[in-house]
Design a protein around this ligand. Structure first.
Ligand code: SF4
Ligand code: SF4
Length: 397
């Protein structure tokens, strides 16, 4: 078995920004030595295997640090190897997450040509963004990021925005939604800010916002997003919920029953099962020394996958379990003393949102099904949303 996708930490922790909440990079925006690069042999070895085992599609995600620090020639080599080794009619998808400050016309043209999907991190309007997302010298990065977004727009590159939700914007859902509207950004993902490093897997979760704050944020954003059942912007959390309600599997890992089998590679080839589990206890091996297949056969996957399935009594008895599936196991660490012991730290946030928006979301899901002429299950059949209840006692009420 091969991974469904590879997420590669292209330049390891190297980054030109010093965002104070970063869970991964520790270089504080100070790039003194040579940028850490993926060796060509390693790159080639991984691409050959992924292409060799492709079932019609192959997907790569490039992350950092800041992946653009690896330079355009590196990514030209990536697409060259991908197209050389891809079997005929293979759909190759590349996604790249960037802080946006190094984007220019050349990068944008390259991304358009090879259909990269770009994620840009922006925390909202300038006065919010610049508080936390600073360069190594302490200056705000907003102007550079927005210039980068302009380049993407000019070249017609598909992009979305990742917004970290922290103390400075959690009470400002209205401001953030208005900013998205003003800037005509169509896709956004909210990420509640954590205060632990992904390399410290057993440390109790520490977060910069409370579950109640995040819950209020989600409810307010939802009210603005819903627009009488005609949302304009795609908000990843709400879209995933909707996916479940129209009978599809959500794409985001935290809403799925199982953590996906994506391989996270460090720049040097060290392999892990998840971006939040970059630790020796979860190291599957090294892609330079072992085949991807043998990394996927590591018994560590069993330990890793078992965590998501180990649900607390709270979750087992929760009316929203079919939407949430217990959230993210990393967010459960150290939650024994909380209101919802052994649940995801943001359990209360999720429950607030589900209670607040469920009726409207069901209505929206029904109208989507109708528009696509997908018939709703009979009243006595199992509901399409995965609750296990009869439709008449669930979404068909
Ligand atoms: S909402 Fe809370 S209790 Fe319900 S499944 Fe999610 S984490 Fe568990
Ligand atoms: S542990 Fe959390 S972040 Fe990692 S794959 Fe599972 S749900 Fe996703």
């Amino acid at each position: 078995m091969l991974p469904t996708s590879i997420m590669w930490k292209t330049v390891s922790e190297d980054c030109n920004l010093a965002c104070d909440y970063c869970y991964y990079s520790s270089c504080q925006g100070q790039l003194t030595g040579k940028i850490r690069m993926i060796e060509d042999d390693l790159l080639q070895k991984v691409i050959i295997q992924m292409m060799g085992g492709s079932q019609g599609s192959v997907s790569f995600a490039w992350q950092g640090g800041e992946p653009l620090l690896s330079g355009l020639p590196f990514f030209e080599r990536v697409v060259q190897l991908q197209s050389y080794y891809a079997p005929p009619n293979t759909l190759i998808s590349n996604a790249l997450q960037t802080n946006g400050t190094l984007l220019n016309a050349k990068w944008a043209e390259f991304f358009r040509k090879y259909s990269f999907l770009i994620g840009v991190s922006v925390d909202g309007p300038e006065h919010i963004h610049n508080k936390r997302r600073k360069t190594g010298s302490g200056a705000g990065s907003y102007a550079l990021v927005m210039k980068g977004i302009e380049e993407l727009r000019r070249a017609k590159v598909d992009f979305n925005v990742l917004m970290v939700i922290h103390e400075d914007n959690v009470e400002k859902a209205g401001v953030l939604m208005e900013w998205l509207e003003q800037e005509q950004i169509d896709y956004v993902q909210f990420i509640p800010c954590m205060d632990f490093r992904s390399q410290e897997v057993s440390a109790a979760g520490k977060y910069l916002i409370t579950p109640e704050q995040y819950g209020r944020f989600l409810c307010e954003a939802f009210d603005i997003w819903y627009r009488e059942g005609t949302p304009r912007i795609s908000v990843r959390f709400f879209d995933n919920w909707l996916q479940r309600l129209v009978g599809q599997e959500p794409e985001a890992c935290i809403f799925r029953e199982e953590c996906p089998s994506i391989l996270i590679l460090e720049q040097n080839g060290d392999a892990y099962p998840c971006d939040f589990y970059i630790h020796d206890d979860y190291k599957l091996g090294n892609a330079g020394l072992e085949s991807l297949e043998s990394l996927m056969n590591s018994p560590i996957w069993n330990t890793f996958h078992a965590q998501k399935r180990q649900l607390s009594n709270h979750c087992m008895n929760c009316e929203y379990l079919h939407y949430c599936h217990g959230g993210c196991p990393r967010n459960r660490v150290g939650q024994q003393q909380s209101e919802s012991p052994d649940c995801d730290y943001f359990c209360e946030s999720y429950r607030m949102l589900y209670a607040h928006g469920e009726q409207r979301m069901r209505k929206l899901a029904k109208s989507i099904l109708k528009r696509h002429q997908i018939s709703f299950p009979g009243r006595n059949e199992r509901c399409i949303c995965g609750s296990g209840r009869k439709a008449k006692l669930c979404c068909a009420r």
